[in-house]
Structure formats: C-alpha cells, structure tokens
Design a protein around this ligand. Structure first.
Ligand SMILES: [Zn+2]
Length: 361
C-alpha cells in the first residue's frame, strides 16, 4: 500500500532530482509514473504551484491562455518552477527537469461567443488560441450557449455553430471535453461526430451514484469510454451528495473520503480502469463563482442552479480538500484492492495516453 502510494503520488517531487540527468532525452518512453491533475482551475499563484508540487502533481491542467490575464508573464517569472506545455514531449521534458507542466484548458467555448458578434461566435479564433497553447476545450458551461446545451439544459442538442466548433476542435487536435458542464444531448451528438479520436469528460462525478444534474449519466460515460477517452473525477462535495430534491438546502453536509472513492470503484465497474482520471476541480485563490460572474454581466450566478450547487463557499470532500491531500487517493484505492498498475493509470497514465493520441506528440 505504502509503496503504491509512493509510486503513484510522490513520483514528481520525490524523483525529480533522480531523473534530471535524463533531461533532453525526449524520445525515450515515459517509464516512471507522471501524476496528472486533470482539471484544477485554481488561480495561477506561487502558492498554487507549491501546493501542486507538495501534492505530488507533475502536470497541472487548468485555466490559462485566453482566460488568465498575465498568463505568459506569470510563466516567465516562475520559469524555474512551472512551464506551459503543448505536447507530451514537453510534459516529459518538464518532468525530467523537475518543473511542473501546465496545460491550458477551457471548460467551455464561451470565450469564442464573447469574442464573436451576435449571432456568430468567433470559431476561427480557436486556431489562434491553439497556437498559444490551448489543448483541451469544452462546449457549454451549465447553461446553453451558441454551441449547444449545458448540463442544466440536457435536452438541447448541438447547434449549427456547435457542429462547426466540434469539427474545428478535431481539426486542430484539441481534446474535446463533453459531459460534466455540457448537456447530455449535445454531448452525445458531439461524440457522434468524433469517430477515431478519444473524447473525454474532464471533470465530473457519477450520475448513477448521485442524481445531481452536473454529474454524468452511465450511457454518456460508456460512450466516452468507447472512444478510448477518460472521465475525470472531481472532489467537489455537492456532486457527491446533493440531488434535485435538495434545492432548498442551503449547504449540503460534507461527505467522507470513502464517498469520493466510491466514484472510482463505480467507474471501474462501469467502463474499466483505462478510462478514469484525476480531476479534483480545486479553485484555490479563485472565487467559487468563477467564471459565472464574468459570463453574467448583471452579477448573477444563475448557472449555479440550487439543485446542483450549495450556497456559500465551495466545499470539497473530507480528506481531499486541497491538492496537498492528493496522496490520500492512491492510498485509499490501494486499501480497496486496486493494484499499483491500476493506480498509476488513474493518477496520470490514462490522461497522458489520450493527450498523446489527440495532440499527436
Ligand atoms: Zn468546472
């Protein structure tokens, strides 16, 4: 158990010095486990970088190009500790050099809506963001947008603009993110356009365990797994306990870590261990409302529907309330009988497989 935890979670920090001599050997296959934090929209700060490293993270997937002011400046200023990456070869080089790799992700394509002129989103601008380093893109954030339905509008399908967006995402070799924030019908239609390429759900939880509208259904998770994709598991408390019946409950009580680990076991049974990844969705230094306040000029937070989200500050599950507690996940999975190899896949191997297949390098 202890060995599994060490292998899986502490690989980056613990082994960084030992592998430094391999820097530059980017054609070599990755032998040691690389830990991928598959979605974490924490604010880019020195403290957040230190927290990722303390948790054993090697690859931080989060907000970046097109969303974070001063992204490039921050990266330049802290280049000894963190580096923006746009390929798996970059990830490998960052790891060899003992630096945290940062992947830019959009949870929806709303940036293209904001940048367009009604009723046309600026889909062609996606190529510019890809050139800047954007590597993962979702469709809609809880509410419907010009491209399709959010999870609060599950019956809305992909629009004409949405079909163009999905096509562009694939042409640019960006990882397509469905389910989670994006509605079910839109996600299924996007998957139908995605033959031969893995599609992911970057961060969600199992609807089969908790009937929260932000969680993803069995059939959608199965369809994602059939593409060879990965489903990222969040540590966001509401998605472990809050259901539509709780819409008048101000704040859902915090659940124990075991309830979180149940989602990994559930997915293992449903789709298999090759399709599960980490995606705790921490928002260290960000407001709990981000990015809703930006998308609603009147200051409302309407995409946080009470049937899906508690009021007040966001809670995470006990034992995984911030990224420094990451070692509790491999430890807990090992206690549930997961093998070291299975744990390595969940800690990062599965995300890296998809990134390599989609990005192509
Ligand atoms: Zn999110």
């Amino acid at each position: 158990m202890v060995q599994a935890k060490r292998d899986a979670a502490a690989a980056g920090v613990g082994s960084a010095g030992a592998v430094a001599s391999e820097a530059g050997a980017s054609q070599e296959p990755i032998r040691e486990p690389i830990v991928v934090n598959g979605t974490d929209p924490s604010a880019l700060t020195v403290e957040a970088v230190e927290a990722q490293k303390a948790g054993g993270v090697n690859v931080w997937v989060g907000s970046g190009v097109g969303e974070v002011d001063g992204f490039r400046d921050f990266m330049a200023k802290n280049s000894n500790a963190i580096v923006p990456v746009s390929s798996v070869a970059d990830i490998r080089d960052a790891h060899s050099g003992g630096r945290l790799a940062h992947v830019s992700q959009w949870q929806s394509a709303d940036q293209l809506v904001l940048q367009g002129s009604y009723p046309m989103p600026a889909i062609s601008a996606l190529a510019d963001y890809h050139a800047l380093g954007l590597r993962i893109c979702g469709i809609a954030y809880n509410l419907a947008n010009a491209f399709g339905g959010g999870c609060l509008d599950p019956q809305i399908g992909l629009t004409h603009n949405g079909r163009q967006l999905v096509q562009e995402i694939h042409e640019l070799k960006i990882v397509l993110d469905v389910g989670g924030h994006t509605g079910e019908q839109t996600s299924l239609e996007a998957l139908a356009m995605s033959s031969g390429v893995p599609v992911v759900c970057t961060h969600t939880n199992c609807r089969g365990l908790v009937d929260n509208p932000r969680n993803t259904s069995d059939r959608l998770m199965e369809a994602i797994a059939e593409t060879g994709g990965v489903i990222g598991v969040t540590a966001f408390n509401d998605f472990h306990a809050r259901t539509s019946a709780d819409r008048d409950v101000f704040r859902t009580p915090q659940v124990e870590l075991e309830k979180h680990l149940d989602h990994y076991d559930y997915l293992k049974k449903l789709v298999g261990v090759d399709h599960i990844g980490l995606a705790p969705d921490f928002m260290m230094g960000s407001t709990g409302e981000w990015p809703n306040d930006r998308l609603n000029p009147n200051g409302s937070v309407s995409s946080r529907a009470p049937e899906a989200y508690s009021r007040g500050t966001d809670l995470y599950v006990k034992g995984f309330e911030n990224i420094t507690e990451l070692p509790n996940i491999p430890r807990g999975l090992a206690q549930r009988g997961w093998s070291p190899e299975e744990i390595h896949k969940v800690m990062g191997g599965n995300w890296l497989r998809v990134y390599r297949q989609v990005w192509g390098a």
